[in-house]
Design a protein around this ligand. Sequence first.
Ligand code: SF4
Ligand code: SF4
Length: 246
Amino acid sequence: MSAAETSRIQEYIGDPVSDAPAVDREKLEEIFQDIQADLRFDHELNGCLNCGICTATCPAAHYYDFSPREIVQLLWTENLEGIHDAMQEKIWSCAQCYTCAARCPFGNSPGGLVMLMRETAIKHGMESAKNVLRPFSRVMLKLISTGNQLSPDMITPDGFADWGPNVAKVDAPLELLRKAIPMPTLHTTKTAWEVNLKTSVELYTIWEETGVLDSLETIDENLFDVILDIMDEKRDDYEDWMDEQD
Ligand code: SF4
Ligand code: SF4
């Protein structure tokens, strides 16, 4: 038997009972560097007393296997494997309420750090990010193409089964009811309010310049293609409208 086969030195120091494939050190470092390189990182992590006040006041920690103290400790001690591991599930439990940030004696923002980890998970196309965002593709389509997150025509008994009997309250002739609102911009049910072409086109530039579209392409290529078509169409409409003004 060769020395290599009998060596007791582990090549990968990870969870010995996990079936998950090992992630090489280079990749772990790249992920951490992406989190750390964000301008917000130094504002949101100033040290950690390990006091647990954040976890004691965190609503998500009451219901899930999640602790903001643990997240902060992983980042503060630069535990690369632990950070990667937390990005597979735990970070998606945070409700982004920022109670932790209001209470931390060190002025940390565990919720803000979770947000950086989520953005990095999306950037790296992690399966956890795809799985979490998949049910929201309808909302993302509406939000990115119109700037409105939810529109009256999306609130249907089928779409909101989790509302239980309360959904009956919105099962109403919305087209008619919206017409009764004094403000004309609210006379539509396709968006929460009418979005004019110029605003839409400006919004698309913001999505492009801030990297939102790149993130979307990493997470959901089909949705990205659909949104690109909508953007092209709206931009053509805007140019036609501008020509008409001339
Ligand atoms: S409250 Fe602040 S100092 Fe205390 S464990 Fe949480 S992050 Fe660390
Ligand atoms: S922002 Fe997240 S981590 Fe902070 S208290 Fe709210 S749920 Fe907990």
